[in-house]
Design a protein around this ligand. Sequence first.
Ligand SMILES: Nc1ncnc2c1ncn2[C@@H]1O[C@H](COP(=O)(O)OP(=O)(O)OP(=O)(O)O)[C@@H](O)[C@H]1O
Length: 261
Amino acid sequence: MSDVLALAGATVVRGESTLLSEIDWEVEEGQRWVVLGPNGAGKTTLLQLAAARMHPTRGVVGVLGEVLGAVDVFDLRPRIGLASASLAERIPPRERVSDVVVTASWGVVGRWRESYDRLDHARAVELLEALGAGHLADRTYGTLSEGERKRVQIARALMTDPELMLLDEPAAGLDLGGREDLVGRLGQIAGDLEAPALVMVTHHVEEIPPHFTDVLLLREGQVVAHGPIEITLTEANLSQTFGIDLVLEQHGDRWSARART
Ligand SMILES: Nc1ncnc2c1ncn2[C@@H]1O[C@H](COP(=O)(O)OP(=O)(O)OP(=O)(O)O)[C@@H](O)[C@H]1O
């Protein structure tokens, strides 16, 4: 199995609820995917499967050539960069920003080992600089604004030089300037041929960065459509996904949507 992600009939059931139903999805090297869908569609659950942090109830989930259930997930997880709100909540507010980034190489949150390689520290600062957050390296995480925290989380997710990078609503809670800054930076990462395969979850087409290649539209745990953005992100598909008649517009390499009036 050479795909970055290969899901076949992936289904997640909790109690009476089916969170994901029969998902077939393949992500290949070099692809940059956006996962779009309304609240409760199952986007975070899908990302949890991709992050090897959840197993499917039924079906097969392949991650970086390994099948979940037949691999030690602790070997797999360092190969995956994940930035999510639930992970961010676990970062101690008093942690120094450069430590928040560098501890990713140990797969831990919170600095509990004293000896990090100097090279790790240099890389952490380099990544922070690439995200426009180099000047924050010596601050404590709890003192940062939401936008600054998002940039630190992304630097942290890149720290292990992952083969797959997963971003769960990276622009949530940002003001317009912060969102545009982050979308621009994510666009730069997406345009870098050396960057890992990317999967970004969002509710808003306005947050799709330039250079993203593919989209998966999810509604009530089921795939509405998936494939190259240019042919899959249509008014009809988006309207079906959100259950509302939408006008979708493309402006160069960005998108916007609003209800049809
Ligand atoms: N352990 C659980 N038991 C039952 N239902 C659950 C469980 N975890 C999640 N759900 C439900 O599964 C559905 C999908 O949740 P998920 O967080 O994946 O959606 P989402 O698309 O990421 O939503 P949002 O955009 O609001 O973050 C939701 O209706 C949620 O309430």
